[in-house]
Ligand binder design. Structure first.
Ligand SMILES: Nc1ncnc2c1ncn2[C@@H]1O[C@H](COP(=O)(O)OP(=O)(O)OP(=O)(O)O)[C@@H](O)[C@H]1O
Ligand SMILES: [Mg+2]
Length: 510
């Protein structure tokens, strides 16, 4: 084993963005036939490094070798020749083309072949079947723009798996997948690794997953290699967290800092109107399921996306023709679109960060203030916005160059914090969250839990959809479970909420 030659060798890699120095002297090496976990906190530089290897960013210094060749200069990059395939953290499919076209196009180009629709479809079905044969048959002729985030993730992964590459770079590929899909992905990876000596560099913040799939890990911290190729069976979770620089007692800290941020709202509080209805639970009904969502409760939604998303659409005004009946204080609730819902006190954090959450062309300050502007429907003084924006960055420990920078200058997990920050000061009556800790590191996850718990204590009813059962077990007192076809199957309460019970109620193994 130890005699395996190195496939990728990165030495002393340096990279800055303007004044932000990200990689300071970073080393990493990958051998054929291994699954290599690449770990580090949000903003540590993982995606930046992956983009350097795949030729999307230029390094400022250091040496890179792939299969014994030096990379850089005029030689064709292995990403162009197809020897390296990448699934980026923010997906990169062409929305106006079909699934088949998206999967087949890169290979057609390489072979300089003519485009055959039939061949492309066959190729795409073949690729997608690795992960989900039914989805493969149903989806090939659909336009990518019509797919859900989760479906797009499957397409992107399938494309990479079928690429024939020698090194696969997977930047948080499982963040949008259900446990069952993750299981199938891992099975395919294991097979390819065993049969073709494929090497995989795998980024994830989910410790359990890392242990399931990876052989060794490299940890990045402060732009340098903190741990170099440690076998995972020789390093504990605690050590990993320590090396990432994440071992603090975050709950206490966050409590204090949110207090500070919400002080700014004294005197602007709009949440004490119609007290009467504000205190009443929301009741949601479908077929023989009836669930009460009380102020202060954190209600979990579990299961494959179809079911939870239909209820979320009904709650947030996105799906006016929903089959769900929603009622508060004996009155049916029908929101006219998400902004109507927002004004009625419903906060919503979409799981589709890139397309439905972050406003990519507007600076961070506008992203932070988006919800408040919609809710209050009046011009807010710039000074006040800037003051509050800065307070939110401080409270959530968001490292941003400036409030005027674009969100694309923030790492994936940090962008997620911005979405949560939007609602913090508004004290919504109901806050609906879709996978709010997707791509978020261990410490930030704790911070988001603490923030949401705090909102709940202030009287906000919370609805939280997660594909991570452990998260629902930790946070929720009540969980509504859905089966694979999207039907609600039952309500679990208190001690009944466990990973095992959720797995059996949703038909998806944990
Ligand atoms: N295009 C850019 N311009 C300016 N700064 C950037 C740019 N891209 C990344 N950065 C900064 O580089 C640092 C590393 O970001 P990167 O996305 O590599 O982190 P990451 O380890 O992938 O984090 P996450 O776990 O949140 O995805 C962050 O501080 C980020 O703000
Ligand atoms: Mg990243």
């Amino acid at each position: 084993m130890s005699e395996q030659p190195t496939l990728l060798l990165a030495k002393s890699i340096v990279k800055s963005f303007g004044a932000t120095s990200v990689l300071k002297s970073f080393d990493l090496s990958v051998r054929p036939g291994e699954v290599h976990a690449f770990l580090g906190g949000n903003g540590a530089g993982k995606s930046t490094f992956i983009k350097i290897i795949s030729g999307q960013h230029q390094r400022d210094g250091g040496t890179l070798q792939f299969a014994g060749r030096d990379l850089g200069g005029s030689s064709a990059s292995p990403a162009d020749t197809g020897e390296i395939a990448v699934v980026n953290q923010e997906l990169a499919l062409l929305p106006h083309l079909s699934v088949a076209e998206n999967i087949a196009m890169p290979r057609m180009q390489r072979a300089l072949g003519t485009y055959s629709e039939r061949a492309s479809r066959a190729l795409a079905i073949d690729a997608l079947s690795l992960i989900d044969p039914q989805f493969a048959r149903e989806s090939v002729i659909r336009l990518v723009g019509e797919l859900s985030l989760h479906e797009r993730q499957l397409v992107e992964i399938a494309r990479a798996l079928r690429s024939g590459a020698r090194l696969l770079l997977l930047d948080e590929p499982t963040a949008n997948l259900t446990a069952a899909e993750t299981g199938r992905l891992f099975a395919v990876i294991r097979r390819l690794v065993a049969e073709t000596s494929l090497a995989v560099l795998f980024v994830s913040h989910r410790m359990r997953e890392i242990r399931q799939i990876a052989d060794v890990c490299t940890i990045i911290r402060d732009g340098k290699t903190a741990v170099d190729r440690a076998p995972l069976n020789a390093i504990t979770d605690r050590e990993i967290v320590d090396y990432m620089g994440q071992s603090v007692e975050p709950d206490q800290q966050t409590e204090v800092s949110l207090e500070a941020a919400s002080d700014l709202r004294e005197g602007h509080d709009t949440s004490h109107d119609n007290r009467g209805t504000a205190q009443r639970p929301i009741i949601v009904r479908l077929d023989d399921i009836e669930l009460e969502i009380r102020p202060g409760a954190i209600v979990g939604l579990a299961g494959a996306p179809t079911g939870p998303l239909a209820l979320i659409e009904a709650l947030t005004g996105l799906g006016p023709k929903s089959r769900w009946d929603i009622e508060r204080a004996g009155e049916p609730v029908k929101h006219r679109g998400p902004s109507g819902a927002a004004r009625a006190g419903v906060g919503y954090i979409s799981g589709d960060r890139a397309n439905k959450g972050i406003l990519a062309t507007l600076p961070i300050i506008d992203n932070l203030m988006a919800a408040r502007r919609i809710v209050e429907r009046k011009k807010i003084a710039r000074d006040e916005e800037l003051r509050q924006g800065q307070a939110l960055l401080d409270a959530l420990k968001i490292r941003a160059g400036s409030l005027w920078h674009l969100p694309s200058t923030l790492s994936g997990g940090t962008q997620q914090k911005i979405l949560v920050a939007r609602w913090l000061n508004l004290k919504p009556k109901l806050l609906v969250l879709e996978e709010p800790t997707r791509g978020v590191d261990i410490r930030t996850k704790r911070e988001i839990y603490a923030l949401v718990r705090k909102l709940a204590r202030q009287g906000t009813a919370v609805v939280w959809w997660s594909t991570e059962y452990l998260e629902l077990v930790e946070l929720c007192d009540t969980v509504l479970a859905f089966d694979l076809s999207g039907r609600p199957t039952g309500i679990l309460r208190h001690t009944d909420v466990s990973e095992e019970s959720l797995a059996s109620a949703t038909g998806m193994a944990a």
